[in-house]
Structures are given as C-alpha cells and as structure tokens.
Design a protein around this ligand. Sequence first.
Ligand code: FES
Length: 169
Amino acid sequence: MSKDPVSRRQFLNYTLMGVGGFMAAGVVMPMLRFAVDPVLEVEAAGNFHATKLKVSDITSEPQRVDFKYEQTDGWYKSDVTQTAWVYKDEKGDIVALSPTCKHLGCTVNWSTNKQHPNQFFCPCHGGRYEKNGKNVPGTPPAAPLDAYPTKVKGGYLYLGKPQPNPYVK
Ligand code: FES
C-alpha cells in the first residue's frame, strides 16, 4: 500500500476524466442550446418594438418606418435596425409589411417603378408586389411579403416579429 493518498495512476485517471468531461461539455452544450432555442424564440415572438410613428400620422399611402431596438443573444447585446412599410387599409386597420423581397432578400420600395405605380418594387430583379404584399405573378418572387403584427400603445405604433402575410388570401 502506497503512502500517497492519490497514486500516480489515480491522478492520471482523474486528470483524463476532467479533460474528457470538459471536452464532452463543449460538444453537449451547443446541442442543448439548439434544443432550447425554439422555446426562447416563442417567447421572443411576443415582443413588440416601439416605432416613432404616431398612429394618427398613418395614411392610406404606404410610408417607410425605420425602428431600432436592442437585441440580447445569450450574453451578447446588439442594436438592430428594421424597416416596415406601413399604411391603413380601406377598413382603417394598420398594415405593416416587411421590405424584404421573397426572391433573394433585396429591399423593396413603394411605387418607385414608373411603369407599375402603386406597387412595391424590388430593384434587384424587377420583383413586384401589390399593396397588400401579394407577389405579382410573372415576376421573380414566389411568395407575398411578410407582415409585422401591430400594436398601438400611447398613440404610437409598435411592431412584432414578421410573420407570413395574413392579408393575402
Ligand atoms: S431579390 Fe427581389 S426580385 Fe430578386
């Protein structure tokens, strides 16, 4: 029986177990994070971000609204800037569309194509959308523009996370 409380062999075993455990944690943690992420996302979907647009200033003509908010991803905080095209429909309901083209992700603008006024136009490949975001058949985009859920608080417009367009039936 050795006088040492920990033999050389035991010490080596403990060290290898420690290093192995550390490396296994490095593999398992990202998998756990991946599994838990959708749960966190559902919670984030309920978040609305303030814009500087007063609801009383929204007309039937789409106007571009840029809004900023702070996003926390784990321990990393960053400022995010997003854009929406906002107008009131014939019933007076607020419509807020994402400007991200559903073809390859360029930014669409309202009524900038003289041949097709009163449509959203994507300058990258000539994609077009009707006012409610419906993609015009025969142009590259294969789906309608996404839409932001809207909320009014203190007379100002708040926008959620873009969702598939509910205005196109
Ligand atoms: S990215 Fe918009 S038409 Fe191609």
